[in-house]
Design a protein around this ligand. Structure first.
Ligand code: COA
Length: 694
């Protein structure tokens, strides 16, 4: 956290480039700083002025007689290195560079950015930016940004790479009465990045929830580790822009093609306990729920409505969430029946029908919230002639305080419900325009609580480099090969103590027949090659060979195709066919940001069609491996579907963990597929493995 405090709680700030012209950013930043109520010393720096905004101005930071904690640079890009050098000489350690025109504009800007880095290293500076909006701390108070308005105080911290996004968030927040604790725009992240900030937010007693907008993450593993520490204590809700499929283009294995940047990011966020949202609307919905509500005891919720339609929509939304409808006790049902009109529905969801006045809501609220099986409540209201909107809002607010169970509302409508919504807001009850959004926000509270329960710090497993594996890889590298052949992959998989199918390399048709007879039919024939990865597509694999004639014919065909594709013939491998079992895939791919990404799913030829796959970031813990297995849709097939014997999940899990460790120990491996891994009730057998080196 070296010198990071000064970005939020400095005692003195210099604005380098504080302009005399009210329309310039330098002037706006100086004014914002003064208007924020900052109590420390402010030093405008401008070689052409002696006084700006009634403050004594200095030609350079070097002319300021006292020490300065933070400098904000707002001079054109070409002057930035010059003033930064002076800042270094002055001994100022924390710098915000608002100026744009660096890495974001291409080659020329990148060079200028590199020059800044050199000065940064020379003086051991901490720099936020360049190309950023600045920082805000509502408690200090401090505003080094040129955002037009100073936000209200609250317990939400925001970190955003994009300054424009920051400005939009600030504007939205003001309109919606949302405040912040700390606010920081990171810009080009020449130095300070989100990983640096997570510990600050963790320790900030004024921050309860953190919102993030990330465009590019550089330090993947540190990002996960620091985010984990934060999310164990405080929720981090993040939106990640620009997740592309670029990484998938160059991939050659199934895992390579399927483990896109986006999948890796999803897996990384999951590992770190980050709540990933897909829109700004969701970012604010969730932040509202997290910042104003306590966590429900469990997932069981109740729905109270004055209209059947929205109640049904809510129930539908619940089925896609982490929430479940609570089963009311008999006492609750009896009381509801006694106190509500006959046409009301007393089962969960409770429909107190369209003419419900506030008193009916009040009664129902009390009865429902008293039920021990109910941990949270969703209240819906549609405005009808007899609906008492404000009184109902007051009754909900009161019930929230008495029963201390989280309540979310959806007062559906426009102007008519506005006054009621205001009352709810004032009482810390989040209201959402539509019930689906209320369900989602409440559901995330349950998700986060469960994550905290299952939280596991990343433990780096022993990643011993097995000599036998090392030998296989270094031989291929010496021969300038990226694809390992079948005998090599088999060697690696067997070294990991994962069973492989019995196989034998043969050179002649007669030999193939002899081995096939020894193994027992059916057998599989496959070319031995490190030149081609997807052999089936080129007619270089034949499966299900039931007799001698099949084997001879397959041998000739593979030979013919290998000549057609001008492959160097090194022999054909005869494989024993595996017994019945369920085919799964275990794969891995090195992600440039997060390191090895593991993939697990239903395997065989359907991988890319069904895409029933899940991802995790190495090192995979036992718990994570368990969860990966449970998370695929085909999980039921693995635990015994329609009388089938369940597969040995322990062995499947072991195989996932072994591949995770292999990938960490051998960064030379770029992609790996075991597809299929045949799993039955006793064991797992790797039938086909592909390994591609960096
Ligand atoms: N030390 C201190 N001040 C200096 C200086 C020095 N060495 N050299 C010049 N200045 C003064 C100038 O005299 C001027 O003050 P004045 O108006 O009173 O004469 C002030 O610094 C600003 O310089 P100017 O040349 O007028 O620049 P500008 O205000 O037009 O532009 C930036 C400067 C930083 C605003 C502009 O380069 C920029 O980057 N704009 C984009 C910012 C942005 O969008 N950032 C990302 C947000 S997300």
């Amino acid at each position: 956290m070296r010198n990071l405090e000064s970005f939020f709680t400095p005692k003195s700030v210099a604005v380098v480039g504080a302009s005399r012209d009210l329309n310039k950013l330098g002037s706006q930043i100086l004014k914002n700083l003064i208007r924020s109520g900052f109590q420390g010393k402010i030093y405008p720096i401008n070689p052409k002025a002696s006084k700006i905004e009634n403050l004594k101005s200095f030609p350079s930071v070097l002319a300021v007689p006292k020490a300065i904690d933070l400098a904000v640079i707002v001079v054109p890009a070409k002057i930035v290195p010059f003033v930064l050098e002076e800042i270094g000489q002055k001994g100022i350690k924390s710098v915000i560079v608002i100026t744009a025109g660096f890495g974001e504009i291409g080659k020329q800007g990148e060079k200028a950015q590199e020059d800044l880095k050199k000065i940064l290293e020379k003086y051991k500076l901490r720099i936020v930016g360049p190309n950023c909006l600045g920082t805000i701390d509502t408690r200090t108070p401090l505003n080094t940004s040129f955002a037009s308005n100073f936000p209200l105080k609250s317990n939400l911290a925001v970190v955003s790479q994009s300054g424009a996004m920051c400005a939009a968030i600030l504007d939205w927040a003001l309109k919606n009465n949302v405040g912040f604790s700390k606010f920081i725009s990171l810009g080009n992240k020449i130095d300070v990045d989100e990983v640096d900030l997570f510990p600050i937010f963790l320790e900030d007693k004024n921050t309860k929830v953190v919102l993030g907008y990330f465009e590019g993450i550089n330090r993947g593993l540190e990002f996960i580790k620091e985010a984990q520490k934060l999310t164990f204590k405080k929720p981090l809700i993040a939106i990640k822009a620009g997740a592309s499929k670029a990484g998938a283009k160059a991939a050659s294995s199934h895992t390579g093609a399927l483990a896109t940047d986006n999948e890796a990011l999803d897996a990384a966020f999951r590992k770190a306990g980050i709540i990933r949202v897909s829109s700004i609307e969701e970012l604010f919905d969730f932040s509202e729920a997290f910042s104003s509500l306590s966590f429900p005891k469990d997932e069981y919720t109740a729905v109270l409505a004055n209209a059947g339609g929205p109640a049904v929509l809510t129930t539908d939304a619940l089925s896609f969430s982490f929430l479940k409808l609570a089963q009311f006790s008999k006492k609750t049902k009896d009381l509801l029946r006694k106190n509500l009109p006959e046409e009301a529905s007393v089962l969960n969801p409770v429909d107190i029908v369209g003419d419900a006045p506030a008193e009916r809501y009040k009664k129902a609220l009390e009865i429902i919230l008293k039920d021990k099986s109910v941990s949270s409540l969703i209240v819906l209201l549609t405005p009808q002639t007899s609906t008492e909107i404000e009184k109902t809002a007051l009754a909900i607010s009161k019930a929230g305080k008495i029963f201390k169970k989280p309540i979310v509302c959806s007062f559906i409508g426009g102007e008519e419900v506005e006054k009621g919504v205001k009352i709810l807001e004032q009482n810390g009850i989040p209201n959402f325009e539509f019930p689906e959004r209320a369900v989602k926000a409440l559901s995330e509270l349950v998700f986060y609580k469960n994550f905290k329960r299952s939280f596991q710090k990343i433990k780096n497993p022993k990643t011993l480099r097995d000599k036998k594996i090392e030998k296989v890889i270094s031989k291929a590298r010496k021969e300038n090969r990226k694809i390992l052949n079948d005998l090599e992959t088999k060697k690696i998989i067997e070294t990991l103590k994962i069973k492989t199918a019995g196989s034998k390399l043969v050179q002649t048709e007669n030999e193939a027949v002899r081995i096939a007879k020894k193994f027992g039919f059916p057998v599989v024939l496959k070319i031995l090659s490190s030149e081609i990865l997807h052999k089936t597509e080129f007619g270089l694999v034949r499966i299900g060979l039931k007799n001698q004639e099949n084997v001879r014919e397959a041998f000739r065909e593979i030979l013919k195709n290998s000549k057609k594709h001008k492959l160097k013939f090194k022999g054909i491998v005869v494989y024993k066919s595996a017994k019945e079992g369920t085919e799964v895939i275990i794969g891995a791919k090195k992600d440039p940001v997060f390191g090895p990404v593991l993939m697990f799913g239903l395997g065989g030829i359907y991988v890319e069609l069904l895409k029933d796959i899940v991802f995790g970031i190495a090192p995979i813990s036992k718990k994570e491996a368990d969860q990966m297995i449970k998370d695929i849709k085909g999980y039921r097939l693995l635990v015994g579907f329609r009388g089938q014997k369940p597969v040995n999940l322990k062995k499947v899990k072991d195989a996932i963990l072994k591949i995770s460790t292999l990938m960490l120990a051998f960064p030379e491996i770029k992609e790996l597929d075991i597809n299929p891994l045949k799993a039955d009730s006793e064991n797992v057998v790797a039938l086909d493995t592909k390994i591609v080196l960096e």
